[in-house]
Design a protein around this ligand. Sequence first.
Ligand code: FMN
Length: 638
Amino acid sequence: MVTVEGDADRKLVGHLLPTGIDRPTTGRLRAFVAETLPDYMVPNLVRFHDVFPATPNGKLDRDALISTEEPPAEPEAVAVVDDVVAEIAGIFAELLETPEVKPDDDLWDLGATSFTMVRASAAIQQRHGRRIPVSVLLAQPTVAGIAADLGVAPAVPKSIEPDRESAEPPVGVDFFSATERAAFKAARHDLRVAGADESIVHLGAVPADVAERAARASRREFPRQPVELSELAALLAGAAEHVDSQGPPRRYPSAGDTYAVRIYLRVRSGGVTGLDGGLYYYHPLDHALHRVSRRDVIDPGLHFGYNRPLAGQAAFELYLFGRANAITPLYGDDAQRFLALEAGYLGQVLMQAQTDTAIGLCPIGSVNIEAIRTECGLDAGDPFLQAFVAGGIDRAGDEAPTGAAVCGVAGRFPDADNPRRLWRNLSSGVRSLRPVSDARRAQVGGDHPGGFLSDVDTFDPLLFHISPMEAARLDPQVRLLLTVVWECLEDAAHTAAELNGDGRVGVFLGTMWQDHRLVAAQSDAGEEIAAMSSTGSQAANRISHFFGFTGPSIAVDTSCASSLTALHLAVESIRDGECDAAVVAAANLFLHPHHLRELVDSGLLAERLPEGAFDPDVVGWVPGEGWRPSCCVASTPP
Ligand SMILES: Cc1cc2nc3c(=O)[nH]c(=O)nc-3n(C[C@H](O)[C@H](O)[C@H](O)COP(=O)(O)O)c2cc1C
């Protein structure tokens, strides 16, 4: 398996030698691999070869393997039925780098990621004034489904002017754009804004309730399989009906005691110890499971793309259906709403039972449910209300972990030499996005606006015991990292010697771009000795070396998540006792024109500067530099 290079939407490619006459589809292969491998190891794309290319000494020739990949589709090569279908198929074929996307191919199965959807949605909006709605990708995640939706749905108008009270919510939000979603949520359309003449009564401090909230929170990782039957029984006991007349019949209310919400379970074979796989109905009076069908497959394909990895690791799924004829004769048109309310109460009881049973649940709002409804023997009028994906959780993992404290922070950002200045800039609305300064233009390349530091070369080499000659060749990222780590220790009011005296100090560095290597390659060309070097590990190790830190010294690259990953690893390392304190640092500089060019050519950057944060009309991001929180983290007693 290799990752496709030169594409910001990196994809995992599976290379196969087919042995039979029938080549399995990408979808089937992905589903097969997903049964045993975690989601991140399931290839997005599959390439077939007649023979694997070999190097002269018989090893796999990876370069040749990649270069023999099928070329991206030419739009006119796509087999299509009408213009819109052809157009959308062409968009996806190009994004998925596949020669052909058939109208009914499942796009998630073909390897689409959320990034693919963002780009496709943007392309479709540009041409048709309409985005891809989420509902389409659940019901029919295909080119035909998207085209059908475009055919019937009117274009979404632009958002309306804000009214007196609060900003009017936009008519549509692009679900696939994390920025748009975040901006929409941040606008807090759920909250009513008080009128100027309304009196407000404050109700005092709210209890923290941390344990209560954590107890019912959605779980999306199920490290412990299988689940014990006794645990499942305890979970379902929350929905059982009692006939002891010592209290209300159930733990949740129902309109007129109709209790018309039914629970069905799909149990994967081996998912619950002592229970055969299959589809079950839970009988609340008998507290018993009735096996309705032997079908034991939890089909991720029935789920929305984002939920498929979750369904893939579930031990069982729960489905709540309303039994219409057990309530409609009494309540008529209100019955549907009452059923939804009852399902909400029941769902809360189930989620509240998570910590007692060590079963984790994730509520799922939409599932492609028709086949399951039929299998349950329910009617079309019996509404599907809620599903839950479930699996075993680790109770020990819920215990409060050992604490860690951030005790010093330093950083360099555009227009801000330290985090306090950055905070002041943010609070007072300073904009630091502008075309690159003359001094940096050669390094950054072009005039693309962004958040660039004005100066990245200044350095006090002798302070760090580095000769001026070496310093001139040293990666500016390393120069600034050393300086900023020094400032971080000052901010933490610790000296390196003092920290070292208390135990081992780790260094965890998040770094993705190593532009200085490109500078080095150019500058060293033709020289006898390659004098420059720049690797992430070197940066981390230089920090450790200079400050005398003897804990782990690690550079980590997880793209945009690198600095948070470094922080996470530092805290874990402290908890595991590998070190007693840690410096976490991250750097991102534009030091060679290739960096910016790569981003521009991948279509990732916004074509113009946004009006402000979360500007919904600007697609793409704005380049920015900085030494993000260089933190000093020290362990605290549990
Ligand atoms: C109606 C409804 C539908 C939901 N659908 C999904 C879903 O499809 N996938 C998912 O991961 N979580 C889903 N959730 C869970 C919410 O995303 C989750 O409750 C929310 O993010 C708050 O997180 P918490 O439950 O951990 O507090 C759903 C929750 C509700 C109430």
